[in-house]
Write a protein that binds this ligand. Structure first.
Ligand SMILES: [Zn+2]
Length: 457
């Protein structure tokens, strides 16, 4: 059976093309004029994107005595409804004796057979020893070709020597390492000072994690990477100061990729001045930043310096989870929901607002994600032979983000009441119509993606 999308503006690897696209047997069969098929979708006036990829999610993840509100079924349904056809979640090594094999098995047991969109895993390394090192090649062989290290969070973070050694070993294997860049010692010190002074309201979360805490860690991580001589990625870059460090490394010829997230582009730190029950909803790490940071991040996106936009989706209910820290900011589970709304947010605040083009949105949300994480051109490209993960995007749609109508299994959204422009009218997952106008038609059609090595050119 051939499905054809007619008369759309296709965001292909070579740029926008007005053409038809046909799909068969799960793949894109052809792109051209006058294609015919058994089922036809009219895309006149619409954009056609390769399915969006979210390379930074935390689903069904235990954190600080609780577990994220979204599990794999609810998180991937929300993703698919919004136009995201592949997610990469962070399988996380148990620090006290846990092996990578165990972490991977655990994440598979949570995800396999339960996902609405395709999914793969990065591995977060929380301990570096001979046993962990021995496991790396096998993990890479199973399609986990990217690793994450934390420079903050006492339960997760590694020291500089460990990070250096991981970069060397991962580099030999051709895998990409990304880092959560915040100076954990300084976060601990600043947090302790706030608490000792009785400054416990949610807004002190941001005060304990100022821009310099990120910038110092970005700078140090890039110095470690330069010494190791390997390309690296900075996840969730949030500040102009961190961006400066990143730009210096690039100017010096270093291969380094940066990701940012919708919350750093569309929300700002003034939200922490709301009453505590409201302010807790915006607590994430790094925290929301100032307007000037936002402006700089958009500029870096426009200039093609920042490589990808993912969500860092890590959802906790405002009642029963976030509110554990109402009286002490250090007890608020960190993270925001965003897996469902990223494409609409970036279309609205980026494309419709004239900050980036549809083509740039395609590269930031699809192509670069697939390249960096070893899925290109199987994913992230409208090109014959690629998986038929296709989003028919209606740029004329107008709507409002509301928690009561979202599919994310969480009791709020940070973008409550925001007017959005554009949405996924139809989402195809490997050729099957899987979501339509925000409704999911195939709730468990997702498959594990065994990834190849990253393309870092
Ligand atoms: Zn994260």
């Amino acid at each position: 059976m051939h499905t054809v999308i007619k008369n759309g503006t296709l965001l292909t690897p070579n740029g926008p093309v007005r053409a038809d696209l046909s799909m068969a047997d799960g793949k894109i069969a052809a792109i051209g004029a006058g294609l015919s098929g058994d089922v036809v979708f009219d895309a006149d006036g619409c954009l056609v994107f390769p399915g969006f990829i979210d390379a930074h999610t935390h689903l069904e993840m235990p954190v600080a005595g609780t577990v994220t509100a979204d599990d794999f079924p609810s998180g991937t349904r929300a993703a698919l409804a919004g136009g995201t056809t592949t997610i990469l979640d962070f399988a996380t090594q148990e620090r006290d004796g846990g092996t990578l094999r165990e972490a991977l098995s655990l994440w598979h047991s949570r995800a396999d057979g339960r996902c609405a969109c395709d999914y793969g895993f990065h591995m977060a390394l929380t301990r570096w020893d001979g046993a962990t090192e021995k496991e790396l090649p096998a993990v890479v062989g199973e399609g986990v070709t990217s690793f994450k290290v934390y420079m903050a969070y006492d339960a997760l973070r590694l020291n500089d020597r460990e990070i250096y050694e991981i970069l060397l070993r991962a580099g030999e294997l051709g895998a990409l390492v990304g880092a959560h860049c915040e100076n954990g010692d300084l976060v601990s010190a600043l947090t302790a000072r706030c608490r000792a002074a009785g400054n416990l309201a949610p807004r002190y979360h941001a005060i304990a994690r100022p821009a310099l805490v990120e910038a110092e860690a970005v700078n140090r991580f890039l110095a470690i990477a330069a010494l190791a001589g390997v390309p690296v990625q900075i996840v969730h870059l949030s500040t102009a100061a961190g961006l400066d460090a990143f730009r210096r490394a690039r100017a010096a010829g270093q291969r380094v990729f940066a990701e940012t997230c919708p919350q750093y582009l569309t929300l700002d730190e003034s939200l922490y001045d709301a009453p505590p029950s409201e302010a807790v909803k915006y607590v994430c790490s790094p925290p929301l930043r100032g307007r000037e940071d936002q402006k700089e991040l958009w500029e870096a996106l426009r200039a093609g310096e920042i490589d990808t936009i993912s969500t860092d989706h890590c959802s906790f209910n405002s009642k029963g989870q976030k509110d554990m820290g109402l009286a002490d900011f250090s007890k608020i589970p960190n993270g925001l929901p965003g897996i469902e709304h990223r494409p609409a947010l970036i279309y609205t605040a980026g494309v419709a607002a004239g900050r980036i083009t549809p083509e740039q949105m395609m590269r930031l949300l699809s192509e670069h994600q697939a390249r960096r994480f070893g899925m290109y051109p199987r994913k992230g490209a409208l090109t014959p032979g690629s998986d038929a993960d296709v989003v028919l995007w209606d740029p004329g749609y107008r709507g409002v983000i509301r928690a009561e109508t979202q599919l994310q299994n969480v009791d709020y959204t940070p973008w409550e009441g925001m007017e959005i422009q554009g949405r996924a009218r139809a989402v195809f997952l490997r050729g099957e119509l899987a979501a339509k106008e925000g409704r999911v038609l195939r709730p468990a059609g997702g498959r594990y993606v065994r990834r190849g090595l990253p393309q870092l050119g």
